[in-house]
Design a protein around this ligand. Structure first.
Ligand SMILES: Cc1ncc(COP(=O)(O)O)c(C=O)c1O
Length: 399
């Protein structure tokens, strides 16, 4: 294991500069990812953007294949887009919602998804129903089952792991419920990709969205959408279809391309796509299950240490917890604390109330420090963070 950790760190230039505990923001890219991107950008400069994409056609196909393999899907089920939000919205826009239609979701869905549901409610009269949580935290599958009995439900949309806590939602159990009810199922897997193995068949989802840059350790500015054969054969396509997904046949007619490319936009970064493919390959080499287990072990260790320290209130709730640790810190707003840690060489991030108003209000928290380790972090780095935090929160500041 020690040799493996040393290798992962040698592959990751950023580990030499920082204690990087912000993988839920953006993971550090390993060198193969960086090299794939920079090599392609250099080819773009040397021979032209379109010409270099043609030259890289085989590598591009293989990037789709690497992403598909990570999902247990076929390359024809993968659409490449700019980020997870665009992926989610492309899927959402495939449903012709009308006034009175219902979207069932959770109390912990991602902020941008929640805002989009509210926008659909305001503009189209769609009703948003949020399933109840269990006392231990996380959505109650029985509440989802009961909400899906309403014949007006058009979609179940669930964020697997929210942005602001370590909660893991029971997405596979919900998939079985959605399938039995005959309701399409959209999963936001943004914080799961690269940390938890994804099998779209076991999840029984119609769509699944994610981004490259977080636990998958790819570049910023690229994401992907899994589109099931079921969704494709139903003829679903995004509201604003462009020339990538549609073929203009006559002045007033178009047809759809047969595969998930119909959810893409014509223009995107081939360099970043190659980086995403490399990230998926690198993750497979490490082993997503084993890497994720190690990341969650580091997170659990940190949670234990913080819970035992006066001045810290760990906020994560749920039966199973991911590699995201959130804590309120006495005497500190999270933004200032992130800045103070940054000055000491430690990367973390701040979760604000407005990122998750339902959850944060329930926890009576205004800000939270978010710490998200990955497999390439070390136990010593966790100890460094804890010591630094203890030095920043002296007993005199405690109420
Ligand atoms: C749970 C979750 N979903 C979606 C997103 C949005 O991802 P992107 O910024 O790639 O659109 C995030 C980003 O933090 C997230 O945490």
């Amino acid at each position: 294991m020690d040799r493996e950790i040393a290798q992962w760190r040698a592959d990751t230039p950023g580990t030499a500069n920082r204690v990087h505990l912000n993988n839920a923001g953006a993971g550090l890219m390993p060198s193969p990812v960086l090299n794939a991107i920079t090599a392609h950008v250099q080819r773009e400069a040397a021979i032209g953007g379109y010409e270099s994409a043609d030259e890289a056609a085989e590598a591009v196909q293989s990037a789709y294949a690497a992403v598909a393999a990570m999902l247990n899907a076929k390359p024809s089920n993968v659409a490449i887009v700019e980020n997870a939000t665009v992926a989610f919205f492309q899927a959402l826009s495939a449903f012709d919602f009308r006034s009175g239609d219902i979207i069932v979701t959770t109390r912990n869905d991602y902020i941008s998804n929640q805002i989009a549901y509210l926008s659909l409610a305001q503009r189209l009269g769609v009703e948003i129903r949020r399933a109840e949580d269990m006392p231990s935290g996380g959505v109650d599958p029985e509440s989802v089952r009961s909400l899906l009995r309403d014949k007006r439900v058009r979609l179940l949309a669930v964020t697997w792991i929210p942005t602001n806590s370590g909660l893991i939602q029971p997405v596979a159990a919900l998939g079985a419920i959605a399938e039995t009810a005959g309701v399409p199922y959209l999963i936001d897997a943004c914080q799961a990709a690269g940390e938890i193995p994804i099998d779209v068949f076991a999840l029984r989802c119609d769509f699944l969205s994610a981004t490259a840059r977080k636990f998958l350790r790819g570049p910023r500015g690229i994401g992907f959408l899994y589109v099931s054969d079921r969704a494709l054969s139903r003829g679903l396509f995004p509201l604003y279809l462009d020339m990538r997904g549609g073929e203009w046949k006559s002045a007033d007619t178009f047809t759809l391309v047969p595969d998930a490319r119909r959810f893409e936009n014509w223009e995107f970064s081939y360099a970043l796509l190659l980086g995403l493919g490399e990230a998926a390959r690198y993750a497979a080499g490490v082993g997503i299950a084993a890497g994720g287990r190690r990341a969650r072990r580091l997170a659990a260790d940190l949670r234990r240490q913080l819970a035992a320290t006066p001045g810290f209130r760990v906020l994560d709730r749920g039966i199973e917890l991911a590699a995201i640790v959130t804590t309120e810190v006495a005497g500190w707003g999270a933004t200032d604390l992130v800045r103070a840690l940054h000055l000491r060489g430690i990367n973390t991030s701040a979760s604000m109330r407005e990122y998750a108003v339902i959850d944060m209000d329930e926890k009576q928290a205004v800000t939270a420090l978010r710490v998200s380790p990955h497999y390439y972090n070390t136990e010593a780095e966790i100890d460094t963070l804890v010591e630094t935090l203890r030095s920043l929160v002296p007993a005199s500041t405690l109420r």
